[in-house]
Design a protein around this ligand. Structure first.
Ligand SMILES: O=C(O)CCC(=O)C(=O)O
Ligand SMILES: [Fe+2]
Length: 419
């Protein structure tokens, strides 16, 4: 089936200088004035890991709460809207976030009593799945390199499966990355299409069940966010969710990223500067290393991992759907900060992407989007219309060693020094 013969190697990177900061002072970022500094709350530290240091620049991301979003808190929805417009990154506190009754983003049926409706939206459940998947990821990466290599499907034109250390590039010079990926297709796990070959540890029933649960729960969080953004954009009910149906063929995937420690005088980005290709990314970090370049700033800032939270960021599809009203921000992965730099770093990601056949273009049923797009047309600004499938393939495979790097850029053009 089409969706299982194409794969994704992840968005590797691009690499500006290896330093984590530049010498220049950050320029003012007025559009971020509302963002609060996060409290250095010990409760949110990972006790089994060396602490994230106090003295590195950290991104002032908003901390949103899944429960409050679920309850439809106007303040929380406003914060979501601001975060998605200003920087396209936020923390989401998943603790205790659970849908207890039918929510607008869920499928309706005829029975409309107030009883608890079985739902996949379960913040604590998602945190538990993520914790178990960190262990499963370790098992996958512990396999012999030759075995893992059997699951690199790049030559079949697919970005799912394994990408070895240094098999992606982080810049236009072809500098090799310093991470491994393992990408699992949503459609494979949900039985939409033919399964891809995979190591036994991932084929086991328990692993498949865990992956399925994680996919369903991540997708439910994504659907909630999409439905709230749909409302703020004034789109007809269900527009964004209907471009991201769980049971439709799409490039959605789970990814583990593993970066071994780097030696002191030879450090570089492990995953280069990029924007995500799809719609919404749900990311679990434990060690530092992820950095974002806040709008208007020249200083890369670490995103401090917080226990009980995921990091959510928007990808390029949301930029295209909204003619740039929403933002997909550039980010990269470097060595963990001082005190953590000797540790192997692993992260876990769920990438939600539009269904394969969806054309990435402005959703002009929204008045704000239409107005913005009309202004752009008057300025002569073209926007390439391309299906999600082609967009993601081009971006993903372009960043493999030997790929067409120059064609792999996203909506960061003009923001990244790389394009
Ligand atoms: O490892 C991380 O924290 C981020 C990974 C990432 O940005 C990606 O895989 O697109
Ligand atoms: Fe990313």
């Amino acid at each position: 089936m089409a969706q299982t013969t194409e794969t994704q190697i992840g968005p590797s990177a691009i690499a500006p200088p290896a330093s984590t900061t530049t010498n220049k002072l950050p320029t003012p970022t007025p559009q971020l004035h509302h963002l609060e500094k996060n409290n250095d709350d010990d409760e949110l530290a990972f006790d089994d890991l060396p602490p994230f240091p106090q003295n590195v620049p950290t991104a002032p991301l908003l901390r949103l709460n899944l429960n409050r979003l679920l309850q439809g808190s106007p303040q929380e929805i406003e914060n979501l809207w601001k975060a998605c417009r200003d920087i396209g990154f936020f923390y989401l506190d998943l603790r205790d976030g659970q849908a207890r009754k039918r929510d607008s983003f869920q499928e309706q049926d005829d029975d409309d009593d107030e009883a608890v409706v079985p739902t996949q939206l379960d913040g604590n459940g998602l945190l538990e799945d993520a914790a178990q998947l960190f262990s499963l990821g370790e098992k996958v990466f512990r396999l012999p390199t030759e075995e893992k290599q059997e699951y690199d499907f790049k030559d079949r034109g697919s970005y799912f499966g394994y990408k070895g250390l240094g098999a992606g590039v982080i810049d236009s010079k072809g500098t090799k990355d310093r991470n491994e990926f393992y990408n699992v297709s949503k459609d494979d796990v949900l039985g939409i299409g033919d399964p891809l070959p995979a190591p036994a540890v991932l084929k086991q029933g328990d692993s498949r069940k865990l992956l399925e649960s994680y996919i369903r729960r991540s997708h439910a969080v994504v659907s909630l966010i999409l439905s709230l953004l749909n409302g703020k954009l004034g789109l007809p009910t269900g527009t964004l969710e209907n471009l991201h149906r769980l049971d439709a063929v799409s490039g959605d995937q789970v990814r583990w990223v593993r970066s071994p420690p780097q030696v002191m005088n030879d450090r570089q980005m492990s995953l280069g500067e990029h924007t995500d290709f799809g719609s919404i990314t749900i990311l679990f970090n434990r060690l530092g290393g992820l950095q974002v370049l806040p709008p208007g700033s020249e200083e890369w800032c670490y995103v401090k991992p917080l226990k009980g939270h995921c990091i959510v960021n928007l990808g390029d599809a949301m930029v295209k759907f909204t003619a740039g009203i929403l933002r997909s921000n550039i980010h990269r992965v470097v060595s963990p900060p001082l005190g953590q730099e000797h540790m192997t770093r692993m992260s876990l990601v769920y990438f939600a992407r539009p269904e394969d056949e969806v054309v990435l273009k402005a959703l002009e049923e929204s008045e704000v989007v239409r107005t913005k797009r009309e202004d752009q047309r008057r300025e002569g600004r073209d926007d390439e219309e391309i299906t999600a499938k082609d967009w993601i393939l081009r971006r993903a495979l372009g960043r493999r060693v030997g790929g067409n790097y120059a064609a792999s850029g996203g909506t960061e053009a003009g923001r990244s020094k790389q394009f």
